[in-house]
Design a protein around this ligand. Sequence first.
Ligand SMILES: O=c1[nH]c(=O)n([C@H]2C[C@H](O)[C@@H](COP(=O)(O)O)O2)cc1CO
Length: 178
Amino acid sequence: MDIYFSGSIRGGRQDVEVYQRVIKLLQQYGAVLTENNFKAGGGGDDEKDLDDREIHDRCMAWLEQAEVVVAEVTQPSLGVGYEIAQAVGMDKRILCLFRESTGKKLSAMIRGCDNEDTIIVKDYKEADLPAILQEFFTSVQAEAEGDDGDEGEEDIEGEEVDEEEGAGEEEEDEDDGE
Ligand SMILES: O=c1[nH]c(=O)n([C@H]2C[C@H](O)[C@@H](COP(=O)(O)O)O2)cc1CO
């Protein structure tokens, strides 16, 4: 499974060590496409090697590729907010992680977009993270398996409706004959 991890870079890099620990846990579930953005020192070599358009376009391609997005949203970041909004538009499964213990208040535009289904916002302590990720990825997996099972039933119902319409037409023909 391809995972897009999103965390603040130019919005402030003080949580980079938390991000590295989250990424390490995420790697139990799949490949973290954005791993190199959060290597020691913050933004890795990205800002040296790539201009802003190249950073944007590369991140959008990774976002398209990813099945799920996990965003650490404690440190406010325009880029993280933009990535979450883009992921909503792409119908990705999204988990936003926020540390209340910092005393910060999460934007209503992030906390308020939780729909208890495709977009989940969790207040967490690092000790709780393994259980939170386990629950999230179990539900992603269950949904992926459930989607395949539903499609066949719609076809069968469609055939039944056609048969009833045919019977109605025959009755009308008899009335015309009297
Ligand atoms: O050098 C970068 N590399 C990069 O991949 N990003 C992406 C990934 C991060 O999840 C997000 C961080 O946005 P911001 O820099 O506005 O905090 O944007 C952002 C920058 C710098 O804006």
